[in-house]
Design a protein around this ligand. Structure first.
Ligand code: ADP
Ligand code: ZN
Ligand code: ZN
Length: 688
């Protein structure tokens, strides 16, 4: 068994016969330094999760199964006795063994080299030679393939605002401070990150840079590589275990001076940490949604910076409401980039009233007219719809049958090109029927997805090349780059896409953005849905317009009088955020209260509710917290299991955690806890 020594003690409460001895110490120096260990302990406490699992999630799996912290490789060499035997032409009747011996006489060899020279059978030949003491193997340290940086490229001279922001961060180096760098896409935030990182490196310290899952693009990596004269380790979820181990070692050894990665990179072993940068800090991918340990990498980044006594920079065009609240209360420092580095005015936002205008295939007449005008002016157009597939519903107009997912409380989405019906929640995949299975009448696809909008656009604008961006057409990282290239080169004139288009990429020649279905986010049981909608609209809008041509953004809606949309229209994200903060204060939602959710799932709806009901009963005398629920999830059945949730709300953090400390162990010991799958989510960001 491989374990992690967390500390030593003279005495233990565990019975002596149950204690195990340490047989071997695998690492010469602790694989987690004391500052990082402190962070992990804090996280275990805060998220009420066992420290063992917390530490495990911070380390590459390979380390927990015996891989060393340093790269080493098996090396075979010949012994003195072997040299002598070889000189006597021994072993005379084993030609393969003799060849191996002769091979090693030249130089020590790795298994890879031996396989190349002698074929796979060399191992069989090595065994008797080892037994006779003629050859031996040892693990030798190899130089990891550290990226050797070339001379850094100089960046553009910073504008006044960038300079002020960079100066504020640079003068904050060496002590804790949280800076919020607020600026729309293209306002030059990355340039500010780069300056701050350069200064940190110049002072001999390292930088940790976190980016959202979808934001880690080759362009971004290329920009960091080009501009920072330092070896870099990159950590993200797409790595193989081996690659993850290599990147982790680069960071651990201190060779990598910049560690750039997605969520779990917040735990990377950065030695001599000097700054933490969190790009697009509002992004939902910073929150771990699955499994037991549901942490927020953004929040942990702030804690880590505090522990390490270094600054943390939270960058976003649309900071999370929580982050804005921290600014209001003076805990964070605001740095603003109002000017777009290479652009003219911010885009003009207007609404299209879907009740007043004819539409076809989801596109209203004013939207089509605007597109025609922008295309005629030689610009590109971006159409955003947050739904992939051809249509969200397959309907029989004769009997009213709607293709359902048998495993979820959801409809199956029509994927026409693949001739399939798919569930976007559980992955169920069935052939697309021609006729209603209930009455035999012809079925009809209702509503729009990216695939159908692409079809509509192709027929409305014949001959105008369309590039589609969604998870059905972009399955591998390289495909995204190819699509981006077709957009950047101007070959694609119309871009249609899902959430995928909202992040990280700049489309300088896009002057018109059309948001097709804003209304989903307006009415939701989740109090955070409007925040996400506003962020999406602002982020998509941020893709457009540069130079002489200001951008235009059209949002199609059936609710043009909705206060959120109007707040956004009149005052932009700031105005929206002010309204949202006031609403949250009035309703005592976070950040004006603290939330935790216990979520469970079971084979039956009754079992899912029964466990949470018993858990709630254990809290009858609880003080300082409110329990809400249990209730079935909005989509109660997913992938064949029934989901439910119990919310715990408290006016202040201390009260919530004191309650959880005493309540959770009792919940854990409920017999019904073993009949469901459940997890605690502290500071949940998605509610249902
Ligand atoms: P953000 O990170 O806010 O999206 P970037 O830093 O990526 O913004 O800047 C957008 C574009 O503008 C990039 O191509 C960048 O090289 C350029 N840029 C940024 N700052 C300046 C500047 N001060 N002068 C000229 N170009 C700049
Ligand atoms: Zn029917
Ligand atoms: Zn399903």
């Amino acid at each position: 068994m491989i374990g992690i020594v967390m500390g030593t003690a003279e005495r233990s409460d565990v019975a002596e016969e149950k204690l195990k001895s340490v047989l071997e110490v695998l690492d010469e120096r602790p694989i987690v330094d004391s500052a990082l260990l402190e962070l992990l302990r804090w996280a275990a406490g805060y998220y009420h999760h066992p420290i063992g699992e917390v530490v495990a999630s911070a380390l590459p799996t390979a380390l927990r199964t015996g891989a060393g912290t340093r790269a080493s490789e098996e090396r075979w060499r010949i012994t003195t006795a072997g040299e002598q035997a070889c000189a006597r032409d021994e072993p005379s009747r084993a030609p393969k063994q003799r060849r191996l011996l002769q091979e090693l006489r030249g130089a020590p060899r790795t298994p890879h080299e031996l396989r190349e020279r002698l074929g796979d059978s060399w191992r069989a030949a090595a065994r008797p030679l080892t037994v006779r003491g003629w050859i031996e193997s040892a693990l030798a340290e190899t130089g990891d393939a550290a990226e050797i940086p070339s001379a850094p490229q100089p960046g553009p001279p910073l504008n006044d605002e960038q300079q002020a922001a960079a100066a504020a961060i640079q003068s904050g180096l060496g002590r804790f401070g949280a800076f919020v760098l607020q600026g729309v896409t293209g306002s030059g935030k990355t340039e500010v990150y780069l300056r701050a990182a350069q200064r940190t490196l110049a002072e001999g310290r390292s930088a940790l840079v976190l980016v959202p899952e979808i934001g880690l693009t080759p362009q971004l990596l290329g920009r960091f590589r080009e501009r920072l004269a330092a070896p870099m380790a990159v950590l993200h979820s797409g790595l193989t275990e081996r690659e993850r181990l290599l990147a982790w070692r680069e960071a651990f050894s201190g060779r990598a001076r910049v560690v750039l990665g997605t969520r779990s990179a917040v735990f990377a072993p950065v030695s001599n940490l000097g700054i933490i940068i969190v790009d697009e800090e509002h992004d939902a991918s910073y929150k771990q949604h699955d499994g037991g340990f549901r942490y927020s990498a953004r929040d942990l980044a702030v804690m880590r910076a505090r522990g390490a006594n270094v600054p943390v920079v939270l960058g976003s065009a649309t900071p999370a409401i929580e982050t804005l609240h921290n600014l209001d209360s003076g805990r964070y420092t605001r740095l603003t980039l109002t000017r777009r580095a290479m652009r003219a005015a911010p885009p003009r936002l207007s609404l299209i009233d879907l009740r007043a205008h004819a539409q076809s295939g989801g596109l209203s007449t004013p939207a089509v007219q605007a597109m025609t005008a922008h295309l005629a002016a030689g610009a590109q157009v971006l159409v955003f719809i947050n739904r992939r597939g051809y249509a969200p519903t397959l309907l029989c107009t004769a009997c009213g049958w709607i293709a359902p997912c048998t495993e979820c409380d959801a409809r199956l989405t029509v994927h026409l090109a693949a001739r399939a019906l798919r569930c976007h929640h559980c992955g169920a995949d069935a052939p697309l029927p021609q006729r209603c299975p209930q009455c035999g009448f012809a079925v009809k696809a209702v509503g729009q997805g990216t695939e159908r909008v692409e079809e509509t656009l192709t027929s409305v604008f014949p001959g105008v090349p369309v590039v589609r961006l969604d998870r059905d057409v972009i399955r591998r990282p390289g495909e995204l780059e190819q699509a981006m290239h077709r957009i950047a080169s101007g070959e694609g004139r119309i871009v249609i896409g899902t959430q995928m288009v909202t992040k990280g990429h700049d489309f300088p020649n896009v002057t018109l953005v059309v948001v097709l279905n804003a209304d989903q986010g307006l009415f939701s049981s989740d109090f955070r849905a409007p925040e996400r909608l506003a962020q999406t609209i602002v982020q998509v809008a941020g893709r457009s317009g540069r130079g002489e041509r200001p951008g235009e953004v059209l949002v199609q809606t059936e609710f043009p009088e909705h206060p959120l949309l109007n707040g956004l229209l009149a005052e932009g994200y700031e105005g929206f955020a002010r309204t949202a903060l006031a609403e949250r204060r009035a309703a005592a939602w976070p950040p004006f209260s603290r939330l935790a959710a216990v979520r469970d799932s079971a084979a039956s709806a009754e079992a899912a509710l029964a466990f949470l009901t018993e858990a709630r009963a254990l809290a009858e005398d609880a003080r300082g917290v409110h329990l809400l629920g249990p209730v079935p999830a909005a989509m109660a059945k997913r992938a064949g299991r029934h989901h439910a949730q119990l919310l715990i709300e408290s006016r202040e953090r201390g009260g919530l955690h004191r309650f959880l400390d005493t309540w959770l162990p009792r919940v854990q010991s409920l017999p019904s806890a073993r009949r469901v799958r459940w997890a605690l989510d502290v500071d949940p960001i998605e509610l249902f």
